[in-house]
Structure formats: structure tokens, C-alpha cells
Design a protein around this ligand. Structure first.
Ligand SMILES: Cc1cc2nc3c(=O)[nH]c(=O)nc-3n(C[C@H](O)[C@H](O)[C@H](O)COP(=O)(O)OP(=O)(O)OC[C@H]3O[C@@H](n4cnc5c(N)ncnc54)[C@H](O)[C@@H]3O)c2cc1C
Length: 295
């Protein structure tokens, strides 16, 4: 089994999609309907979130197992957080993920539970994502590891410099890929990428893009993850306050322009936060002919 980092060795942009485990049967049906169109975009790999929005670890594994059986050739990454997990529980999860053919782990600390302001590990748990990377590298050398990076700085970090040093800790512990938090101004990504390079982070820094299709939902997401909506984008979306199709058209155009510029200026690929929907991402991939080659 190889880390997914080898995909970034070609000089063609690598397209990946992030899904989340639905909470309801209806949501599950919706995901697998949309997945068909997403797979037609020939992504290089798919990832599935863990625990975000209160979903359970079992749901992540169930979704990954179903994708594996329907699309056996698409490489899969499971997100995994330290929240509520002892080190033994983390080990058990990774073993289970390996047993269903997951190639890669996106190693995260996770957010404090709702209503709490600081992260407290469970007894015999881990404090930081870097410790999870270290555990995986030591005990599961066959599995690849991605980590999260924050072009606008993680909300809990005292400064961008400290946050970057902490990112370097994760890479020094053995992470192969950095995937960024979503952002709307490419200048934030380019600055972040250059600063990573300056402090010796040499792994691919993959920009994460959220195609906005609805201003209200996007405001909620950005306030949760501490990123800023671009005023340019908001101004255009507000023209279409009561017009879903108008907002959708603006969002798709904006994300396509973002992706085009990122790739033109050397980003190794694009990680799309697809939110289990295919239409916007498929249109962007088609309009920019963003298909991962040989896949
Ligand atoms: C690509 C991506 C995917 C995500 N997927 C999920 C998911 O599936 N499920 C989910 O619940 N959440 C997910 N998240 C959200 C993530 O869990 C939160 O952003 C969380 O608050 C931080 O996780 P982390 O792995 O970046 O933490 P860490 O890298 O551990 O950093 C957390 C904070 O601690 C600081 N820090 C790190 N190391 C040290 C140290 N040694 N000493 C002092 N301070 C330190 C950092 O600067 C930062 O402020 C994802 C985020 C991204 C960008």
C-alpha cells in the first residue's frame, strides 16, 4: 500500500473530493446518487470526514465500505480525530480502516465539543494532531497521512508564525500531504504556501475549495471554521438574495476562477469540499477540464 502522496509527483493537478457521512437514510441515498456524477469527474481519490457535525465513527467506516464495494479502484482516505478517543481506540480504528482497504488517514485533532472553548483529550488520549501522526508513522508505516493547514491561521493559534511551527511539527512527525482549510482569497493560499516553503515544509500544500451555492449556508460554515468570506463574493451573491439559481451561478463561477488561478500558479491540485453534492463541483471540473489523468 502506498501513501496517496505519490499522486502529486506528476505535474498534472490532482483532484480530490471530500464527503461526509450522512446522518439519515435519505442523506445516504442522496450521497450515493451524487457520487456517481462525482466519480465521472475522475477524482484521484476521495476522503470521508470523521465525527464532524456529531456523526459517529461507524458511519465513516460504513460510507467508506460502501464506496469501496461500488468503486473498488478509487483510492480512499478516512479522516480521524483525537476527540473522545484513547490511543487504543485510535489504533483500533486505523486497523478497521486498513481492513476495508483505506489507503490513507487525514490525521486531525478535532474541535472541542459544542459549548466548550478548549480541547481536552480523554485520559490516555492525544492532545494534538502531530501526536496522531507520530502514532501512525510508528505503528502503521504502510498507511499515508495528510494533515490540516490553515491559510488564515487556526482560530486557537496565538499567531500565524506559531501555527506554522505547529504545522511543521505535523510534517516533521511524518505527514505526507497538507490539505488546507477552505479559503476564498487565493492570496491567502499563496502567502501560506510561500511561508511553508520558507520554514522547510516541503510536502504538497493542497488548497481546499468550497464551491458556494448558498450564502446562508456558507456563512454558517465559515463562522464555524474561522475563515472569512470574500467581500467581493458576498457582494455578488447579495445581488441574488432571493434567487437560488443566481447564487449558484455566482458561486460556481467564483470557485472555478479560484481553481483556475491556483492551478495556473502551481498548486499541486484541488481538494473540493463537495458537501455530498455533485452539480457545482462537476460543472467546475468540466469547465476547467480538471480530470486526473490515467484514472
Ligand atoms: C482538511 C481538513 C479536514 C478536516 N476534517 C475534519 C473531520 O473529519 N472531523 C472533524 O471533526 N474536524 C475536521 N476538521 C477540523 C479540525 O478538526 C479543526 O480545525 C481542529 O480545530 C484542529 O484540528 P488540527 O488537526 O488542525 O489540530 P492541530 O494541528 O493539533 O492544531 C490545533 C491547534 O493547536 C495548536 N497546536 C498544535 N500543536 C501544538 C503544540 N505542540 N503546542 C501548542 N499548540 C499546538 C495549533 O496551532 C492549533 O491552533 C478538518 C479541517 C481541515 C482543514
Amino acid at each position: 500500500m502506498k501513501s496517496l502522496s505519490f499522486l502529486y509527483e506528476s505535474n498534472k493537478p490532482v483532484i480530490s473530493f471530500e464527503l461526509f457521512p450522512p446522518k439519515t437514510e435519505q442523506g445516504n441515498l442522496h450521497l450515493f446518487e451524487h457520487l456517481r456524477e462525482l466519480i465521472n469527474c475522475r477524482p484521484a481519490y476521495l476522503t470521508c470526514t470523521y465525527g464532524a457535525g456529531g456523526t459517529t465513527r461507524e458511519r465513516t467506516l460504513e460510507v467508506l465500505t460502501s464506496i469501496r464495494s461500488l468503486y473498488p479502484h478509487i483510492p480512499l482516505a478516512s479522516h480521524l480525530t483525537c476527540v473522545g478517543n484513547t490511543t487504543d481506540a485510535l489504533r483500533a480504528y486505523i486497523r478497521q480502516a486498513l481492513s476495508i482497504g483505506v489507503e490513507h488517514i487525514v490525521a486531525l485533532r478535532g474541535d472541542p465539543p459544542r459549548g466548550e472553548t478548549s480541547f481536552e483529550p480523554v485520559p490516555d488520549g492525544l492532545h494534538y494532531a502531530s501526536e496522531l501522526v507520530h502514532l501512525i508513522r510508528k505503528e502503521f508505516p504502510q498507511i499515508g497521512v495528510s494533515v490540516a493547514g490553515y491559510p488564515e491561521t487556526h482560530p486557537e493559534a496565538p499567531s500565524s508564525a506559531v501555527d506554522l511551527e505547529n504545522l511543521k511539527r505535523k510534517v516533521d512527525a511524518g505527514a505526507d500531504i497538507v490539505v488546507t482549510q477552505l479559503f476564498f482569497e487565493n492570496a491567502d493560499y499563496f502567502r501560506f504556501r510561500d511561508r511553508c516553503d520558507e520554514i522547510g515544509i516541503k510536502v504538497p500544500i493542497v488548497p481546499g475549495i468550497l464551491p458556494v451555492t448558498n450564502l446562508t449556508q456558507t456563512r454558517r460554515i465559515t463562522s464555524m471554521c474561522g475563515t472569512h468570506l470574500s467581500p467581493r463574493l458576498v457582494r455578488r451573491l447579495e445581488v441574488y438574495n432571493d434567487d437560488d439559481e443566481g447564487q449558484y451561478a455566482v458561486g460556481v463561477y467564483y470557485a472555478a476562477r479560484q481553481a483556475e488561478e491556483l492551478i495556473a500558479q502551481g498548486a499541486p491540485g484541488i481538494h473540493f469540499y463537495v458537501l455530498n453534492k455533485s452539480r457545482a463541483t462537476a460543472q467546475i471540473c468540466r469547465s476547467l477540464a480538471l480530470f486526473t489523468p490515467d484514472n
